[in-house]
Write a protein that binds this ligand. Structure first.
Ligand SMILES: *Cc1c(COP(=O)(O)O)cnc(C)c1O
Length: 374
């Protein structure tokens, strides 16, 4: 049987019931279920605000737009970022006409606080921290640096739905956190995400910007009587970034099972650790000690990565690589090259991680990894 990297596990009947409700009500767009998932997400995470989006890529862009406007940053101001990430993180910085500056990663493959300190210049305005695979790395330390230096902290929490640090859901020490519910993330829909600002005014601006800058409230409050209901003002050059009720329905089902699913992911990870602990050529990427990771990824490092991938493919096992160092891409060649990230980029493999895997699967995969890793 072929073993894929990710296989989303949808509770089909419950998902169909959510979609049926939308169709029968005749309401598939923003509102209705999008309000419900926002409320549920606030309750689940304890974060003060949550706005449901079409994707996390949209959310990251929005995060930088809102912070730039709020603080009056200039075009070309710098954001310290990771090179070992999905390009969304760095595209989002550029969408907002800001410039990514890469800092290096630590043993957790997350930004290293010491490297951040070295990359701060008079033009630095923010840090974007990527919780790779659900790992919180040294996020606490990075948050301290940001507070001391007056930098904004954006958390790319695309892998972090359900990650807790010291028993608390992640996001509390960032100015804004962005979660992804994309098709193969650990809380899958098809495409959607959530943006969580600490600040109420930021959340309000974000809501306006996700619907093209339209403000219905001014009219809703003052002139909603009778025939003026259709009137609205356009106050910002906004975007079409809000989520819809069909996606929200899928997310509501996913959220119900998120903790149980993540617990099983951690079980799979512990099977991998057990099976691979004596493999001489395999290093498992550690999880920060205070972190209960969503375990979106289980990453190992080997020195013959490309060869091992081929061997595993020949055995019908299809792992992934998260990610190629972004400084290898034409778009990001000018953002700095970081030694640890580049080394990791050549060594990392994400082993299959999904709810359909059994202990037996992990034993088989681990045997092959042990045999072929150099
Ligand atoms: C998937 C991903 C994103 C983008 O999420 P979408 O919802 O697909 O837009 C951003 N950052 C990281 C690290 C991701 O893995």
């Amino acid at each position: 049987m072929a073993t894929q990297l990710f296989v989303p596990n949808f509770r089909v009947d419950e998902c169909l019931e959510q979609i049926r409700e939308c169709l029968e009500k005749g309401w598939t767009g923003m509102g209705f279920k999008t309000v419900e998932i926002e409320n549920e997400w606030v309750e689940y995470t304890g974060l003060p605000h949550a706005h449901f989006l079409s994707s996390a890529t949209a959310g990251l862009h929005l995060a930088f737009e809102v912070l730039k406007k709020k603080h009056g940053w200039n075009d070309g101001d710098e954001v310290i970022s990771a090179s070992l990430t999905f390009v969304s993180t760095n595209h989002a910085i550029r969408y907002a006409k800001l410039e990514p500056v890469f800092a290096d990663v630590d043993q957790y493959l997350c930004l290293d606080p010491q490297s951040i300190l070295q990359k701060i210049t008079p033009k630095t305005r923010a840090v974007v921290f990527v919780g790779l695979g659900g790992n919180s790395g040294q996020l606490e330390e990075v948050s301290k640096i940001c507070k001391e230096r007056g930098l904004a902290l954006v958390l790319d929490a695309a892998h972090m739905a359900g990650t807790r640090v010291n028993q608390k859901h992640v996001g509390h020490n960032a100015d804004v956190s962005v979660f992804s519910f994309q098709a193969v993330k650990n809380l899958p829909t098809a495409d959607s995400g959530m943006i969580c600002f600490q600040d109420k005014a930021d959340d309000e601006l974000a809501r306006k910007l996700t619907w093209l800058g339209i403000n219905k409230d001014t009219y809703a409050r003052t002139a909603a009587q009778g025939s003026y209901k259709w009137k609205y003002d356009v106050e910002e050059l906004g975007f079409k970034y809000h989520g819809n009720s069909i996606m929200a329905g899928l997310a509501l089902v996913g959220l119900k099972y998120l903790d149980a699913d993540n617990a099983y992911r951690r079980q799979i990870a512990s099977w991998y650790r057990e099976c691979l602990q004596d493999a001489p050529n395999v290093r498992i990427v550690p999880i920060a000690p205070d972190c209960e990771s969503s375990t979106h990824l289980l990453q190992i490092r080997v020195s013959n990565r490309d060869e091992l991938l081929i061997k595993l493919n020949e055995n019908d096992i299809f792992p992934g690589v998260h990610y190629t160092d972004n400084s290898e891409y034409a778009m990001y060649r000018s953002c700095g090259r970081c030694e640890n990230a580049l080394a990791a980029s050549d060594e990392i493999i994400s082993l299959p991680m999904h709810m359909g895997l059994t202990h037996k699967d992990i034993i088989i995969i681990s045997k092959l990894v042990t045999e072929y890793a150099r």
